[in-house]
Ligand binder design. Structure first.
Ligand SMILES: [Fe+2]
Ligand SMILES: [Fe+2]
Length: 347
């Protein structure tokens, strides 16, 4: 990440630069706020650490100017100040500062605050990427308006229930639960690559068409892999990819695209697989009424160790009542156009 240091005092700039470069950050400098604005125009700066009091434009005015401008991504601003009253803190925040560091600064504190800023920025990146991808996914979702909303909620409570299981406690941490919730809506994103004629076909798919339909798992994974190459450490992309690629795999190895079985299937995909099937079973289709909650529970129980991970089925049984509530709360009033691939897992 590139950080811009703004201070009229050369010694402070040197100190800041040493600390930040020592911690692996890319640093650019400016001696005045005016100069800083020039750098911001030209450079890919994500964070600004600026002195409060400078000749000419001060730190507060610099903050306000940054907030008025439309940068492609958010610029995080830390004010460096010897003022530390509450009133001044309010003044700084109102001007658009994100955080403060007292002067003379403590090396450890400065780095801790910079890292906190980095976390905020990475969340912003993540949300932007997920939002854009989710929109794309929803544009190809033919399973009814609320399918993705229900699915992410089913997946979340299922993940939480699994996390209470002693064997899974280590693997299902709070972050995974939240990532599954955020990325489950991307499971069918690969349908962007499936022709309308197949996606919206009424009636049964031919063998060839079904084979094409199945490629949505591979296309989705490829799409997310491309994003992963830019952000290799982004765990949300990893989870999203696992789900997109493997949500049609089966515990007994009879699924697609790779015929993985058991523990070979990423856990997040095993969770979404059950949630997706529950939703398909309890949603109306053009050729049949929606199945009841009880019937869905029965079918899912019967698929433990076949379609589904038995541990995920146990977790489902513990929270099945919440599934029914979500189904009610987010029911589709309009019957969706029947997508032939929607229930492929049970076709
Ligand atoms: Fe799918
Ligand atoms: Fe789905």
């Amino acid at each position: 990440m590139r950080i811009l240091i703004v201070d009229d005092d050369g010694i402070t700039r040197d100190l800041l630069r040493d600390v930040l470069q020592g911690a692996g950050f890319d640093v650019v400098e400016a001696g005045t706020a005016e100069e800083a604005l020039g750098v911001l125009r030209a450079d890919d700066v994500r964070m600004v650490i600026t002195d409060w009091e400078m000749p000419g434009m001060g730190g507060l005015e610099l903050c306000r100017t940054i907030r008025r401008r439309e940068f492609t991504s958010y610029v995080y601003v830390i004010l460096l100040t010897s003022r530390c009253s509450r009133l001044e803190a309010v003044e700084g925040m109102t001007a658009g500062a994100d955080d403060f560091v007292a002067k003379p600064f403590h090396k450890g504190e400065l780095l801790a605050r910079v890292r906190a800023g980095e976390r905020v920025l990475s969340l912003e990146n993540r949300e932007m990427v997920i939002l854009a991808l989710a929109k794309l996914a929803a544009s190809r979702d033919s399973e009814g308006g609320q399918h993705l909303e229900r699915l992410r909620r089913y997946a979340r409570i299922l993940a939480e229930a699994l996390g209470r299981h002693p064997e899974y406690q280590q693997r299902v941490d709070a972050e995974l639960v939240s990532l599954v919730y955020q990325t489950a809506p991307l499971h069918d994103i690969g349908k962007v690559g499936v022709p309308d004629a197949i996606l919206l076909k009424q009636g049964k798919l031919t063998e060839e068409e079904f084979a094409l339909m199945q490629t949505h798992t591979l296309i989705g994974a490829e799409t997310l892999d491309a994003a992963l190459r830019n952000y290799p450490s982004a765990r949300f992309l990893q989870v999203a990819r696992d789900i997109a690629l493997s949500h049609h795999e089966r515990w007994d190895g009879q699924g697609y695209p790779h015929g993985l079985s058991g523990e070979q299937i990423p856990l997040a995909a095993r969770i979404v697989a059950l949630a997706d099937v529950y939703d398909a079973l309890t949603s109306p289709r053009s050729y049949r009424e929606p199945g009841s909650h009880a019937t869905a529970c029965e079918i899912i129980a019967g698929e433990a160790g076949k379609h589904f991970d038995p541990a995920v089925v146990v977790a489902f049984q513990q929270v099945a009542a919440s599934f029914a509530e979500i189904q009610q709360q987010f029911a589709d009033d309009v019957q969706p156009a029947e997508p032939p691939g929607a229930v492929v897992s049970f076709a």
